[in-house]
Write a protein that binds this ligand. Structure first.
Ligand code: HEC
Ligand code: HEC
Length: 225
């Protein structure tokens, strides 16, 4: 039964999918064909490019968010990417709009990007639920002790976005990023970006987990009608 269903599925997919007939599949070729590789790096060895690296996209992003982003990109770095040649002058060269993909291409690109990983054997991360009191304490760390808010947008108590724009916005981090990646990023951002502009912190294990959970709690709610 299962195989029959699979055969029917793949046959109908082949009939509907024009892209398959043209030989462009979920692969580096699609990224080339769409010129994504003019701005992004898709493998570790390439020389630096002006937009965020994608060679660890499978570690970093949640699949659903990524598929939606490719169809309907939204601005994440409000002051541009730090590697944009105009970033330090406050005049980023890339001012959008980001290229968009159709539904089928977005699906294929998502499959390809989600296969790009550099983290080895990263087990799923168990994160502590944050009590109200702990949440407030972590918020104070985020805003005062470590001044993360100087560079990152986050929610205030009234769930309004506020904060600096030189780093990526964390407003929808809970839908966008994988907790395992956030944890690894906070532990050592250099493993992903040796020349990054984010300050290095040394958190103890407990703070690391709480901070990760705090960031993952930033979720944009769909607008109420
Ligand atoms: C002209 C340069 C350019 C091209 C071409 C381009 N991008 Fe981007 N892309 C950017 C920039 C700049 C950002 C950061 C935007 C932001 O933060 O708002 C970005 C962000 C992204 C992100 C989110 C990355 C992150 O870490 O937040 C993904 C995923 C992405 N692009 C995929 C693609 C794909 C797939 C293609 C090809 C279809 C593509 N891009 C083509 C410049 C480009
Ligand atoms: C001086 C500015 C600055 C400060 C302070 C700062 N960051 Fe960052 N952060 C950045 C920049 C810039 C990036 C993008 C890094 C890159 O591409 O190298 C980043 C990236 C991140 C990311 C990954 C987001 C993404 O989409 O790629 C997370 C999570 C993060 N920072 C959390 C924090 C936390 C938590 C703190 C405080 C403990 C903090 N940051 C403090 C500038 C800053």
């Amino acid at each position: 039964m299962r195989t029959l269903k699979n055969i029917i599925l793949s046959v109908s997919f082949l009939m509907v999918g024009g892209g398959w007939c043209s030989g462009v599949e979920a692969s580096p070729e699609l990224a080339k064909a769409k010129q994504c590789d003019t701005c992004h790096r898709f493998s570790v060895g390439e020389t630096e490019k002006s937009a965020p690296d994608l060679f660890f996209a499978g570690d970093k992003f949640q699949r659903k968010w990524l598929a939606n982003y490719l169809k309907q990109p939204k601005t994440i770095r409000l002051a541009g990417h730090t590697r944009d040649p105009g970033f330090l002058k406050g005049k980023p060269q890339f001012t959008g709009p980001h290229p968009t993909l159709g539904p089928k291409e977005a699906q294929q690109m998502t499959d390809y990007l989600m296969s790009l990983k550099i983290l080895k054997n990263a087990p799923p991360l168990e994160l502590p639920a944050l009590s109200k009191g702990t949440r407030v304490r972590v918020k104070i760390l985020f805003e005062r002790d470590y001044s993360c808010i100087a560079c990152h947008q986050s929610y205030n108590l009234a769930r309004q976005p506020r904060g600096g724009v030189s780093g990526p916005s964390l407003i929808d981090a809970g839908h966008r990023l994988r907790p395992e990646w956030v944890y690894q990023w906070l532990k050592d951002p250099k493993q992903f970006n040796p020349k990054g502009r984010m300050p290095l912190y040394t958190f103890d294990e407990e703070t690391l987990r709480k901070m990760t959970q705090y960031i993952m709690s930033h979720k944009k709610e769909p607008k109420k009608k």
